[in-house]
Write a protein that binds this ligand. Structure first.
Ligand SMILES: [Zn+2]
Ligand SMILES: [Zn+2]
Length: 134
C-alpha cells in the first residue's frame, strides 16, 4: 500500500495496488500549476485511492480536467478527468520506491515533450510524445 498527502498534512490518502501508468508532462499548464519544471503523475487502478482526511479542492484547469490541491498549504495533488485520477508522484510519501527500472511493470512516457524547458536534459529512454501519448 502507498500513502501520501500534502505538505501540511490536512489531506492524506492511501492507495492499494501499484501504478499502471506514469507520465511526465512538460506542458505549460502543468508547469504553472505545480510550480515545477515538469510534472510527474501516476495512474493507479480505478477506485484504489482512499482519502483518509478531507478531499482535495478542485480547480478546473481546462475542459474536462480538474487539478486537485490542498486549500490550506497549496500543494498540488491530483490531475483528474471523468473516471480517471492521477496522483502527482511527489505527493507520495515514498516516491523513490516506485520502480521505474522495469518498463514492463507499467507504461511510462513523456508527454508534451515539445514544450519541455530547453535546459532540462533527460537521459531515460522512455517514449517521448510531442503532445498526447498515442
Ligand atoms: Zn496541505
Ligand atoms: Zn501537462
Amino acid at each position: 500500500m502507498w500513502t501520501g498527502g500534502c505538505l501540511c498534512g490536512a489531506i492524506r490518502y492511501e492507495v492499494r495496488g501499484d501504478p499502471i501508468y506514469i507520465g511526465h508532462c512538460h506542458c505549460s499548464r502543468c508547469r504553472k500549476s505545480s510550480g515545477a519544471a515538469f510534472l510527474t503523475a501516476a495512474l493507479f487502478p480505478k477506485d484504489s485511492i482512499e482519502w483518509t482526511t478531507q478531499v482535495p479542492k478542485l480547480y478546473p484547469s481546462s475542459a474536462g480536467v480538474d487539478r486537485g490541491f490542498c486549500p490550506n498549504c497549496g500543494s498540488s495533488l491530483t490531475f483528474q478527468s471523468p473516471g480517471r485520477l492521477l496522483l502527482l508522484i511527489g505527493s507520495l510519501d515514498r516516491p523513490e520506491n516506485v520502480d521505474m527500472s522495469d518498463p514492463r511493470r507499467f507504461e511510462a512516457n513523456h508527454v508534451f515533450f515539445s514544450e519541455k524547458l530547453p535546459w532540462i536534459h533527460l537521459e531515460d529512454d522512455l517514449p517521448r510524445f510531442d503532445r498526447f501519448a498515442t
